[in-house]
Design a protein around this ligand. Structure first.
Ligand code: NAD
Ligand code: IPM
Ligand code: MN
Length: 363
């Protein structure tokens, strides 16, 4: 098949990890006889430096014309004191909104070879397998007003948590659809003891649950959910939650599997190309040193193959190659221990590529 993939490397390690993932996609094309065309676009701090905007129109165009988008990460100390409209992160939020990427799927899977890298005891994490479904285009991230104000004569600030019922409906419905094909349990995370928005969220979840009699719905308050993720992660199957809660809980959950550098994501559009990105950021502390773990981005590329192109065997091949390389004891610094062989970013990519190309063609 032929596919057009927009690649937005962004800043810091975003550049290094997308380079690695593109190499793996090229290896997939070679092995399985596909043709992928890669169009590069600017986003984030680099885009601000070169064009004055964190998301130039040209980048949005490239994405719209593509079948799928692969993104690295944005941000860095250089731009941290910019006004909010010309911060790198604004580019990321804007592309999510422009492409209607309402749902962000963040799968947490246990790798037996990484059990030592997890901060949890092996018996707690062994076999954990759940997905966080994060609402991505609403809530506090996008509500207006969001500004410094003077109120009652005082210097003050307002951020707005706004959701339409329809925005809640479509994301929770997606969670039930996913759960129907998994172990049939949805945990809806909210703060219904305090927030009006959470009470509407709960009500919406209850309504949708009636359409899915074989799926169990459980409500959990977000503070308890943060604790339960550590206490007993195996209780979860599909966790659905609003934008900010999902952001925080997924960084927490990522480390259960060993490292933030392991967790991929897929952002699903209502009407256009999906976007695939690791959940981590631009990691200024290790950027430019060939130290970053490229696996989160490579696994995001595997999701791209599966969800945007329907290439199930190819996606499986990439995932199996990652597992095989971990099983051989190869590790980047974030997951390394005394027993493992420490690799740079590019060495890790090369190992995964070698294993991928050597697999049986039918795998
Ligand atoms: P971060 O995710 O960049 O880094 C957190 C910690 O995890 C750092 O110690 C980093 O070295 C480590 N880490 C992250 N990814 C890694 C990888 N692949 N391999 C090895 N180690 C890895 O979060 P932060 O430091 O809070 O933010 C840095 C910048 O990134 C900020 O400007 C922030 O806004 C931005 N950010 C962007 C995205 C995104 O583009 N999607 C996501 C999160 C943060
Ligand atoms: C993420 C990031 C972004 C978010 C930031 C950089 C705007 O943390 O993708 O998880 O909060 O969504
Ligand atoms: Mn985040």
């Amino acid at each position: 098949m032929k596919g057009n993939i927009a690649v937005l490397p962004g800043d810091g390690i975003g550049k290094e990890v997308t380079k690695g993932a593109v190499e793996i996609l090229e290896a997939v094309a070679q092995k399985f006889g596909h043709e992928f065309e890669f169009q590069y676009g600017e986003i984030g701090g680099g885009a601000i430096d070169n064009t004055g905007s964190p998301l130039p129109d040209e980048t949005v165009d490239i994405c719209r014309k593509s079948d799928a988008v692969l993104l690295g990460a944005v941000g860095g100390p250089k731009w941290d004191n910019h006004p909010v409209d010309i911060r790198p992160e604004r580019g990321l939020l804007k592309i999510r909104k422009e492409l209607n990427l309402y749902a962000n799927l963040r799968p947490i899977s246990y790798y037996s070879s990484l059990s030592e890298a997890s901060p949890l005891k092996k018996e707690l994490i062994e076999g954990a397998d759940f997905v966080i479904v994060r609402e991505l285009t609403g809530g506090l991230y996008f509500g207006k007003p969001s500004e410094r104000v003077t109120r009652e004569g005082k210097d003050a600030v307002v951020d707005t948590l706004f959701y339409t019922k329809e925005e809640m409906h479509r994301i929770i419905k997606l969670a039930f659809e996913l759960a129907s094909n998994r172990t049939k349990k949805v945990t809806s995370v909210d703060k219904a003891n305090v927030l009006e928005s959470s009470r509407m969220w709960r009500e919406t979840a209850e309504e949708i649950a009636k359409e899915y009699p074989d799926v169990t719905l459980e409500h959990m308050l977000v503070d308890n959910a943060a604790m339960q993720l550590i206490r007993n992660p195996k209780q979860f199957d599909v966790v659905v939650t609003e934008n900010l809660f999902g952001d925080i809980l997924s960084d927490e959950a990522s480390v259960l599997t060993g490292s933030l550098g392991m967790l991929p994501s897929a952002s699903i559009s209502t009407n256009g190309p999906n976007l695939y990105e690791p959940i981590h950021g631009s990691a200024p502390d290790i950027a430019g040193q060939n130290l970053a773990n490229p696996i989160a981005t490579i696994l995001s590329a595997a999701s791209l193959l599966r969800l945007s192109f329907g290439l199930e065997a190819e996606a499986n091949a990439v995932e199996q190659a990652v597992e095989a390389v971990l099983e051989k004891g190869f590790r980047t610094g974030d997951i390394a221990d005394e027993q493992s062989t420490k690799l740079s970013t590019s060495e890790m990519v090369a190992e995964i590529k070698t294993v991928l190309l050597a697999q049986e063609a039918t795998s």
